[in-house]
Ligand binder design. Structure first.
Ligand code: UD1
Length: 337
């Protein structure tokens, strides 16, 4: 298939580009580079030995999106592009609704006009709201912040579209906590600001960019009192997208929902200690108060994806830490400008 990857220069998008090419697909990237560096593209080309066509524009631009579909032959779309910072979404809700929903509107309109029927959508465990432990796909969805609502709303919009247009084949992929990096150490997560998420924060402490980790609470009802999450290696996550895409080519279901997670929980301190092993030294941390909006425990029930996609996570927390550290130590300041 010739696959349009929106947000293909971003963290999960770039790893999925590699997985798609490895599986024999052609890739076209669209990215506005609002949260990604153009230098990632040369690295993807070096790893794949291929030219990767890249269109640099904002998908909320309906005319540009339409023009892309009119001038290229696209078989399927994987839609990653979107704003994703929870705290920022509380400050700038309108930006989040406009960007995240608007890009989906223009993409799906162009898909329908040009008879592109396969769409893989980047959703999140955030749609389980405060009920994230052992989540199965049939749980009710809700959110606790505007970012989360954009995912809940986009899922609902796509469900409505699938009812109206039963030719569509849509996958809603609910990711748990993506971490890790490509084993080459040349592709990884590169937060443009202070990292919001745990793994990139630990990695920046290890490389000397941050003084110490703040552990947000050690009084949760969990084995060591710190928050428990289902970390998934970004390469396993990328493989999940390829599996979902290939399933869309054969299924009769207009829309399907799959959790992408390992089903195993790891606490903040367990992840920190695993990272210390990868680095070979202790890392400084202090316990501070809980972060507003955090849940104690989040982990997937991935059995639906295991059974229907023939997919499961392969990589351990140790590999997630080793690969993240290789990326961070080789690229202490992230991608060059
Ligand atoms: C967060 C978002 C979630 C989003 C996901 C994207 C919040 C409340 N949730 O998930 O909606 O889909 O990122 O990847 O922002 N922690 C620390 N110190 C830190 C950072 C994190 O102790 O500096 C702890 C957190 O309290 C949590 C765990 O580490 O227990 C994981 O946090 P994080 O990586 O931010 O992921 P989520 O909160 O699961």
């Amino acid at each position: 298939m010739r696959v349009l990857v929106s947000g293909g220069a971003g963290y999960i998008g770039s790893h999925t580009v590699l997985a798609l090419v490895a599986a024999g697909h052609d890739v076209v990237v669209v990215d506005d580079f609002s949260n990604a560096k153009p230098t990632v593209v040369g690295r993807l080309e070096a790893l794949t030995g291929r030219h990767i066509p890249v269109h640099a524009f904002d998908l909320t631009d309906i005319d540009k999106t339409e023009h892309l579909f009119a001038t290229d032959t696209i078989d399927a779309v994987i839609h990653f592009a979107g704003y994703k910072a929870v705290g920022e979404s509380v400050q700038k809700p309108l930006d989040y609704y406009q960007n995240n929903l608007g890009s989906t509107f223009s993409l799906v309109r162009a898909m329908q006009k040009h008879d592109v029927d396969k769409l893989v959508f980047s959703s999140s465990a955030t749609v389980y709201g405060t009920d994230q432990a052992g989540a199965t796909e049939d749980r009710p969805t809700f959110a606790t912040n505007p970012y989360g609502w954009t995912k809940v709303m986009q899922e609902q919009i796509l469900r409505d579209i699938a009812v109206a247009d039963p030719e569509m084949r849509i996958a809603l992929l609910r990711y748990f906590n993506p971490v890790g990096a490509h084993p080459s150490g040349t592709i990884g997560e590169d937060p443009s600001d202070v990292p919001n998420n745990l793994m990139p924060y630990i990695a920046q402490v290890a490389v000397g960019r941050r003084e110490k980790l703040q552990v947000f609470g050690d009084d949760y009802d969990t084995p060591d009192g710190t928050g428990v999450r289902d970390y998934i290696h970004v390469e396993d996550l990328a493989a999940g997208h390829v599996a979902a895409l290939e399933k869309l080519a054969v299924t009769d279901e207009p829309i399907s929902t799959w959790n992408l997670g390992s089903g195993r929980g790891t606490s903040v301190l367990e992840l920190l200690h695993a990272f210390e092993k990868a680095v070979g030294r202790e890392l400084p941390y202090e316990v501070v108060g809980r972060r507003a909006g955090d849940v104690a425990t989040s982990y997937a029930d991935p059995s639906k994806a295991n059974a229907e996609l023939g997919w499961s996570t392969q990589k351990t927390v140790e590999e997630m830490c080793a690969d993240t550290w290789r990326w961070q130590s080789q690229n202490p300041d992230g991608y060059p400008d």
